[in-house]
Design a protein around this ligand. Structure first.
Ligand code: CP
Length: 306
């Protein structure tokens, strides 16, 4: 990899992306073994530094690091000196003085991962920075799509919901377009990005029109605080117009699939029967997340196959 850090998908080449995906496919095999551990990162120390809540990303990075025999330290804000006012950089520099090799950071401010990367000798992986990027989520989504369809060229992927505030949408749009997929976005005009033409994607406001045309329907979590800001009128109306309901998904192509990065608002952007149904790849995404994050750690920590 040309870069020490993984801060976003924007700017990665198709070759870079395939390196992560191919290695992740190999690590899936390791995870199927009776003892799913390899000594690739023995002696390395990885810190997960999460300033926002997370279930999937923090846990899967921790498991991934342990499967590679690294030591893992999970940083919890509630028991740290951040609550006494210590800054992000002071926190990170103090941690680095304790000799960590890599930092996985999630922060509410776009660019926080880059600020850290510019200051530290340790490699930095962006685990979500505000509405900017969430590169490992996009990579595990790409891995899951390739597993199902075997290709990206000509594949049609529709992202539904709050695109304007979604780091997952941004990272996926960059990745999917780099690999040759056709990308559509669908949502209320107030939740689509202002300069939408810069993304070169098809734009839909009517989900019933769009849902018939795509191979992958990727729903995003609706952030309930957006309603308080007046960006959509009511949860019920959002569900009626943009929810993946049992009724609406009957219009999908026979082989089309449903994805969601999680956490899901069941009964709002996705019905429980749809999330748990046979078109859903949601738990496959979570499973692939461990292998994908093993690949990311292996590459950026300079892993060795013994
Ligand atoms: N998809 C995702 O980032 O989930 P978490 O917030 O649980 O990590």
């Amino acid at each position: 990899m040309p870069e020490k850090n993984l801060l976003g998908i924007e700017g990665l080449s198709a070759e870079d992306i395939y390196k992560y995906l191919d290695l992740a496919d190999n690590f899936l095999g390791v995870l199927e073994r009776p003892i799913p551990i390899v000594p690739a990162l023995r002696g390395k120390t990885i810190l997960t530094l999460f300033f926002e809540p997370s279930t999937r990303t923090q846990i899967s990075f921790s498991i991934a690091a342990k499967r590679l025999s690294a030591d893992v330290v999970n940083f919890s804000i509630s028991s740290s000196s951040v609550i006494k006012g210590e800054t992000l950089l002071d926190t990170a520099k103090n941690i680095e003085a304790m000799k960590v090799d890599g930092v996985i950071i999630r922060h509410s401010v776009p660019g926080a991962a880059k600020v850290l990367a510019d200051q530290l000798d340790a490699f930095v992986i962006n685990a979500g920075d505000g509405g900017h990027e969430h590169p490992t989520q996009a990579l595990l989504d790409l891995m899951t799509i390739r597993q199902r369809f075997g290709k990206f060229k000509g594949l049609k992927v529709l992202i539904v919901g709050d695109i304007a505030h979604s780091r997952v949408a941004r990272s996926n749009i960059f990745g999917l377009k780099t690999l040759g997929a056709e990308v559509g976005i669908c949502g209320p005009p107030t939740l689509l990005p202002l300069e939408i033409e810069k993304f070169s994607v098809q734009v839909f406001y009517d989900l019933d029109e769009a849902i018939k045309r795509f191979d992958v329907i990727m729903a995003l979590r609706i952030q309930l605080e957006r309603q308080e800001s007046g960006l959509f009128p009511s949860i019920r109306e959002y569900r009626n117009l943009y929810g993946l309901t049992k009724q609406r998904i009957k219009q999908m192509k026979p082989n089309a699939v449903i994805m969601h990065p999680g956490p899901t608002n069941r009964g709002i952007e996705i019905d429980p029967e749809v999330a748990d149904g046979n078109k859903s790849l949601i738990l496959r995404q979570v499973k692939n997340g461990v292998a994908l994050r093993m690949a990311v750690l292996f590459i950026h920590a300079g892993g060795k196959i013994e």
